[in-house]
Design a protein around this ligand. Structure first.
Ligand code: SF4
Length: 66
């Protein structure tokens, strides 16, 4: 499974890149980004768990795991 960010929905709250630092980084103007090496990659279990937790905690529903 892979993780994606719907950047149009991201409100730059920082929850994902402050908490789930193995997957997310702060991008321009605080918009979240996936770490470059993980973009469009199937995530190993520990990273997948972080991505799913972030998706659950993102107040904007901007993180999609599929
Ligand atoms: S938790 Fe959601 S709204 Fe907040 S920075 Fe991350 S993607 Fe954006």
């Amino acid at each position: 499974m892979k993780v994606f960010i719907e950047k149009d929905f991201c409100t730059s709250c920082g929850v994902c890149y402050d908490t789930f630092t193995n997957v997310f980084i702060e991008g321009e103007e605080g918009i979240s980004e996936i770490k470059p090496e993980l973009k469009n990659k199937d995530l190993e279990d520990s990273l997948l768990k972080e991505a799913i937790s972030a998706a659950e905690e993102c107040p904007a529903g901007a993180i999609v795991v599929k």
